[in-house]
Design a protein around this ligand. Sequence first.
Ligand SMILES: Nc1nc(=O)c2c([nH]1)NC[C@@H]1CN(c3ccc(C(=O)N[C@@H](CCC(=O)O)C(=O)O)cc3)CN21
Ligand SMILES: CC(C)C(=O)C(=O)O
Ligand SMILES: [Mg+2]
Length: 259
Amino acid sequence: MTVPDFLTAKKAGRKLSVLTAYDYTTGLLLDSSGVDALLVGDSLGMVMQGNDNPLAVTLEESLYHTRCVSRAARRALVIGDLPFLTYQTSAEQAIISAGRMLKEAGAQAVKLEGGIRCAEAIRRIVECDIPVMGHVGMTPQSVHAFGGFKVQRNEAKILEDALAVEQAGAFAVVLECIPSPLGEEITKKLTIPTIGIGAGPNCDGQVLVVQDMLGMFDEVRPKFVKRYADLGSAIRQAAEKFREEVRDGVFPSPEYSFK
Ligand SMILES: Nc1nc(=O)c2c([nH]1)NC[C@@H]1CN(c3ccc(C(=O)N[C@@H](CCC(=O)O)C(=O)O)cc3)CN21
Ligand SMILES: CC(C)C(=O)C(=O)O
Ligand SMILES: [Mg+2]
């Protein structure tokens, strides 16, 4: 998958599937599933690091996880999510952070949060031939300004933000936690693909956090998460079985031992 393929998919009416990934093993599994892109999200601050929100994630940490995922991706596009305060202070900072995602971590594109207020940064990054995915609606790096991870309903503002992201040259935009009719309206008005997370069924694609959709993480339970597997139970059961077999001297049996 390439950045131009994203635009072709929208024109052809082919839906895009995106999952997050933060490590090599998961990257390999997801890449071989045929999903279109792997997003190394700053949600890693929650699912990998155990923080309450993504704000503490550093650029170095995101580069590290993106490097791991890039090594795994044969087909899927790898998108590095720029962490809080690595692109907001100036266009120069945004270009340098975005450039490091490509130079040092093997990403093919970056993602950043914000509409009108980030349009200049997006424009300047894109001028360097670094593809940018935008992100509007409920932008998790704004959690304190929003007073929590809450559905955003300022329809006029969110539409303006999405249009600004497109006009600034982004190749796609994430729509997060907004009413479905607004997701549909924005998707119709934009020529770039919209990737929804809690934005209804009429976006051009969908993204989920992989630990959520695999049933491995329940410290947040957004309404938009569908559980496609219950790996949490599978992992716990396997570990319990291992613990019991070690306790009872059943493991390791001769077949797992050297003569
Ligand atoms: N594991 C995980 N999954 C995610 O989807 C995710 C992260 N982490 N970290 C970064 C952000 C945070 N996100 C979240 C977190 C919680 C809700 C949530 O619980 N929303 C409520 C809405 C409540 C309201 O509007 O009043 C919900 O019921 O869905 C939504 C998005 C999405 N992102
Ligand atoms: C959920 C997606 C859109 C994201 O930004 C993340 O995982 O950080
Ligand atoms: Mg993110």
